[in-house]
Design a protein around this ligand. Sequence first.
Ligand code: CA
Length: 230
Amino acid sequence: MPLLTLIEDDEGIRRSLRGALEGLGYAVRSASNALEALQIMTAEAGDVVVLDLGLPDLDGVELLKMLRGISSVPIIVATARDDESEIVRSLDLGADDYVVKPFSAAQLDARIRALLRRAAPGERTAPITIGKLVIDPAARQATLEGRRLGLTRKEFDLLHHLASRRGAVVTRRELLSEVWRQPLGGDDRSVDVHLSWLRRKLGETAAQPRYLRVLRGVGAQLVDPDAEAK
Ligand code: CA
């Protein structure tokens, strides 16, 4: 049973999410402020964290930075506003995914399961399977439903990086650093263009994404569309 830490100051939300998530098979512990969250997280990091960015005693983004200092546990931030700059800042500081309030426990559960299924770091040469998509780093080939995708070198590297962080929203800054080897930043449009090429090779469109979700101005996320639909 995965141990989930819910950091949320709104008692109503905390109580209803806790009940719903326990019903979905999680062990849930909660904190209503940053200080309490740091205390329980220092004692045991658990398996996944849901962090409300609007906390009474400390900016949630600051708490995120502190949590990243003590643990690499997957963190999903919950934000009240669809604020792109806040979301990008959280992802760049190490959040793995985000949800915009109001969100359902079912939606959160799908995001958490995607993050928990992610391949352990270190298995960098093992093939990664996401639904009917198989990415084989040793052969530098990807197949979808058994068909070769015919990716360029950069498209493959991009797909492989997204696959190794499956379920997580990967920012354009991270892609520039990890795939383009430009840690100091570079041309975001190059990332956007390659993402759209990759999307086309996966047979998807912006209007009807399946595996590849491109979040405008933020980054991209690789998911198993069939797992999300369950
Ligand atoms: Ca709040």
